[in-house]
Design a protein around this ligand. Sequence first.
Ligand code: NAD
Length: 498
Amino acid sequence: MKTIEHWINGAATTAGSTRTAPVWNPATGAQRAKVLLAETSDVDTAVAAAGKAFEEWGSASLSRRSRVMFAFRELLVKHETELAKLISAEHGKVVDDARGEIVRGREVVEYACGIADALKGGYSDQVSRDVDVFSFRQPLGVCAGITPFNFPIMVPLWMHPVAIATGNTFVLKPSERDPSASNLVAELYAEAGLPDGVFNVVHGDKVAVDAILEHPDIAAVSFVGSTPIAKYVHERATATGKRVQALGGAKNHAVVLPDADLEYAVNHLTAAAFGSAGQRCMAISVAVAVGDAADALVAALARKAREVKVGPGDDPSSEMGPVVTGAAKQRVENAVVSAAEQGATVVVDGRGLTVEGHEGGFFTGPSLVDNVRPAMDVYREEIFGPVLAIVRAESIDEAIALINDNPYGNGTALFTASGEAARRFQREVTVGMIGVNVPIPVPMSYYSFGGWKDSLIGDSPIHGPEGVRFYTRPKVVTTRWPQVAQSVEAAFTFPTSH
Ligand code: NAD
């Protein structure tokens, strides 16, 4: 059985690790590898390598840093199929969906290729007689990333290209459930000319995470995962003086107004709820059917949900793969049971689905649950699986109030033909990322990604301009070059312009 090792200082290594965790193939239910779980001392080794590498990389020229990013971008294109298959084999998502996450992650690398522009400082001439002021930003040092299973390449790519292009070095602790893509990324960085120690991968569980949160030589931690762990990471890492960006879970609502094009809304909602088996932080898990839209919407959604082709991720005809583990399948199916027990109507029941030839796989079919009320568990909990809950509302006001009462605020969408309704919705919802007739409004890499409320702990969204700000700190320099002959009096009062 293959052992997936760490990548430290430019090479694969077991470091001092002996503990391992199984890595499954969710489509077959069989173990495909084991991954090392780092001890605190292994994190120390990686941080020491990153600290040493920062001595040189922190002063590397902008041209050199962006050249590495251009080369890395080309290698991501060249290895797209290999990467997509690797992701599919460990995560379970269909290969074309995995390609999609590679493309969206690569866009962050493309943003990082233009770091010279994104990092430009400011200059003010003659703020006082013979005095000029300029500002620039410098890297922090060693930064760390802790990432979830559901986007094993895209979410880390939200972090490390921006961190590295701004001159930092990086230690990534990816999800232990689908760790292999990160090692391939490390190899591609090395091939792109990134010096040893600038990008390191340490695999592990809570032991590795805690070691990162406590480490005195790590300046910043980027986290993406579930809300309880995001809160924990934020609390622990800020307590040890680090910068933290911590993105959490979600419960994304799509509101369908009576004037929406029904077929358009149904097609997009089906894909947004069941694509990647609902394991996207921007998946739609609640559809709010307003007024007259409800009955026709539920009937059409039920028809589409039954048509979703569920199968192994490497079968090109599959639209939806398995969920990530047997425990995830159980959790998803329990949510459907509890919805029925609490009075909701299970219109499509995805439980008990088997895929021929893949009987051991972690498959569960799309489920559609109508007449959901906010007090029910199926509404309150982040199920993170292919379950779409329908809540019926009388008006757009009721729909907006529902969204604003929800503790999460990652993404939301409105289906409508009314510009007035759309404008009101986008201004009033307490959610960070909003789609108008766009169900999964993931911002482009040159904007920043992040929700509100329990979907983002702290104050820093990820990548784009916010990423550049997060991974750097500013300096402002005030200069005067007096002429030798000029007599310049030093004032004891607080300096003001003259
Ligand atoms: P998770 O919170 O279980 O794990 C995320 C990371 O934290 C992993 O690297 C894991 O090893 C580590 N971890 C897990 N338990 C820990 C503990 N007790 N102490 C310290 N570290 C721990 O999340 P997941 O199941 O891998 O991913 C799914 C979650 O991520 C969902 O809640 C989803 O909404 C969220 N997510 C959010 C976004 C976003 O942008 N807001 C994006 C992707 C995923």
